[in-house]
Design a protein around this ligand. Structure first.
Ligand code: HEM
Ligand SMILES: [Cu+2]
Length: 545
């Protein structure tokens, strides 16, 4: 393959120095008022990476505190604030918007051969809502902190806590609208703007995962919004809704909260699964095994995900019958997840696997998500969860899913699509070193916590019994490896912007539409509307260069 993209028969390529979405217009104002989904995607990308860095710094501080059994660097109340801010930043500022709003915005229209999303101005408005919500949430840091945990459980949050609960929850409320409107935009775009020949079953599977995610965003997020408004009412005006001393019901809050937040974990993982599918196919040069099974399993996960929220409430005092039913239903989610795992492995089988950086991330995703998912079954088992609830086992489980699953897929996707988004190649060697630190550091940090949890180390404690120290110290050491890994990755990618080689249109030999446009794409994505005649993983016959 030649190193500079050439103009192909659709006229997509640009020669060096040609116009593209990055240099079409210059200046901050042109970015802040843009309606180009690619620029909006890039602004989300920068925002979520800032959120990740912020949350990551708090993670390092938390782990540093846990290096010794007594006070190391902070006292108990600071520890509470640190894990709240870490959790809230990672969930609301990073992981929920990371794949859909950043990478999805950039690639969804391109992958269906469209010029933009259905409602470009609404898309820009969603970004502003995200920023405004984030400012409200983060303002709580300077106006009294936040120590409720990212779950805002009542009655602590509505009465007892003296921290700035209202500004933080109001911020999350606003960010919720950003999420809902993005989901709505994606659904309409996928229904209405597919290029001629782009049937539903010719869409890349990443888009099926975003479609399923959008359904959850539109249906579940309003419930969280209403719940937070009720919480604000109770805290501000002492209306009894959740607080038993005011005549309210605290378990009701948990029902409302998890009715959103369990589906929300699929907002977090489904897009990650979608990216993994793309990376596995492209970098093993194999059409996906079981296209429809993967597509429909995404929808199945989204739907079944609405029926299992009570597994977060086994010890909340809900009835034993309810717990038994929720436990039973929880296992059903394992079926579509298992289907995906089977299809991914079958895709790799007999493929010509190339150990590029995105492939390394994809394989890491498979390994870590398998551990995260399977330990979820331990926790879904009513009898086992009674022992493991609120221990480090849970902390390990959700980090394996959220960080090992989604965040790893996200960073893999960043490496996979970086050449397309920026027009630059990064140093594969450096990126590999970054990956190695992240992969090893992750397991050192979090595998240890399965052991800690099963031995009884509770979650959210800043002091602990001496017997736990060796494992905690090992986990803290792992967090430093992780920190180094992300630092190396950041340097690798930023360096490529300065002196990276120019990226060709199709550096990995992918078959979906984004690889047919130039790197970086022109503002309209394509000079002429493409007409699609094959599936997203079928290579055209003549492609051999
Ligand atoms: C850089 C690696 C990370 C480290 C070292 C780390 C470390 C920690 C620690 C020490 C806690 C507190 C546990 C406790 O005391 O109960 C925690 C909680 C949490 N983390 Fe992370 N974390 C990391 C990355 C992430 C990522 C990527 C996400 C999500 C995408 C995430 C989401 C959460 C959540 C939701 C909590 C729960 C907070 C709470 O209990 O309210 N973390 N993490
Ligand atoms: Cu759940």
């Amino acid at each position: 393959m030649s190193q500079t993209a050439t103009v192909d028969e659709l006229g997509h390529g640009t020669e060096a120095g040609g116009k593209n979405y990055l240099n079409q217009e210059a200046g901050v104002w042109s970015w802040l008022t843009t309606v180009d989904h690619k620029r909006i995607g890039i602004m989300y990308l920068v925002s979520v990476l800032v959120g990740f860095t912020f949350g990551g710094l708090f993670a390092l501080l938390l782990r540093l505190e846990l290096l010794t059994p007594k006070k190391t660097i902070m006292d108990a109340s600071m520890y509470n604030q640190a894990f709240t801010l870490h959790g809230a930043a990672m969930v609301f500022l990073f992981i929920i918007p990371s794949v859909p709003a950043a990478l999805g915005n950039f690639f969804l229209p391109i992958m269906i051969g469209a010029k933009d999303v259905a409602f470009p101005k609404l898309n820009l408005m969603s970004l502003y809502l995200f920023w405004i919500g984030a400012i409200f949430m983060l303002s709580s840091i300077v106006t009294g902190g936040l120590d409720t945990g990212w779950t805002f459980y009542v009655p602590y949050s509505s009465g007892t806590s003296t921290t700035s609960v209202i500004s933080a929850t109001f911020g999350v409320f606003i960010m919720g609208f950003s999420s809902i409107l993005t989901g709505l935009n994606f659904i309409v775009t996928l229904h209405k703007l597919r290029a001629p020949g782009m049937t539903w079953f010719r869409m890349p599977l990443f888009l099926w995962s975003l479609y399923a995610t959008s359904i959850i965003q539109v249906l579940a997020t309003p419930v969280l919004g209403i719940t937070l408004v009720l919480l604000i009412f109770e805290r501000a005006f002492h209306v009894g809704i959740f607080d038993p001393t005011l005549g309210g019901d605290p378990v009701l809050f948990q029902h409302f909260f998890w009715f959103y937040s369990h589906p929300a974990v699929y907002i977090m993982i489904l897009p990650g699964m979608g990216i993994a599918t793309e990376m596995l196919c492209v970098h093993s040069r194999r059409p996906v095994f079981g296209y429809k099974a993967i597509a429909f399993s995404s929808i199945a996960i989204a739907l079944v995900g609405f029926l299992v929220w009570g597994h977060h409430m086994f010890v909340s005092g809900q009835s034993e019958l309810a717990s038994t039913i929720f436990s039973f239903l929880t296992f059903f989610v394992a079926i579509p997840s298992g289907v995906k795992m089977f299809n991914w492995l079958s895709t790799l089988w007999g493929g010509s696997i190339r150990f590029t950086v995105p492939m390394l991330y994809a394989l890491t995703f498979l390994f870590l998500f398998a551990i995260g998912g399977l330990t979820g079954l331990f926790l879904g088992m009513l009898s086992v969860d009674l022992h493991l609830h609120d221990t480090y086992f849970v902390v390990a489980h959700f980090h394996y899913v959220m960080m090992g699953g989604t965040a790893i897929a996200f960073f893999g996707g960043l490496h996979h699509w970086w050449p397309k988004m920026t027009g630059r190649m990064y140093s594969e060697k450096l990126a590999r070193v970054g990956w190695a630190f992240v992969a090893i550091g992750f397991n050192v940090t979090f595998f240890t916590q399965f052991v800690l949890g099963s031995r009884g180390m509770p979650r959210r404690y800043y002091n602990y019994l001496d017997q736990f120290q060796p494992l905690h110290a090992f986990s803290t050491f792992g967090s430093w490896l992780l920190g180094i890994g992300f630092l190396i990755t950041a340097v690798t990618l930023l360096k490529s912007l300065k002196d990276g080689e120019r990226a060709p249109a199709n550096p990995w030999g992918g078959a979906s539409l984004e690889w047919e446009t130039a790197s970086p794409p022109i503002t309209e994505n394509f000079h002429t509307t493409p007409v699609i005649e094959r599936g997203p993983y079928d290579h055209p016959v003549e492609e051999s260069a």
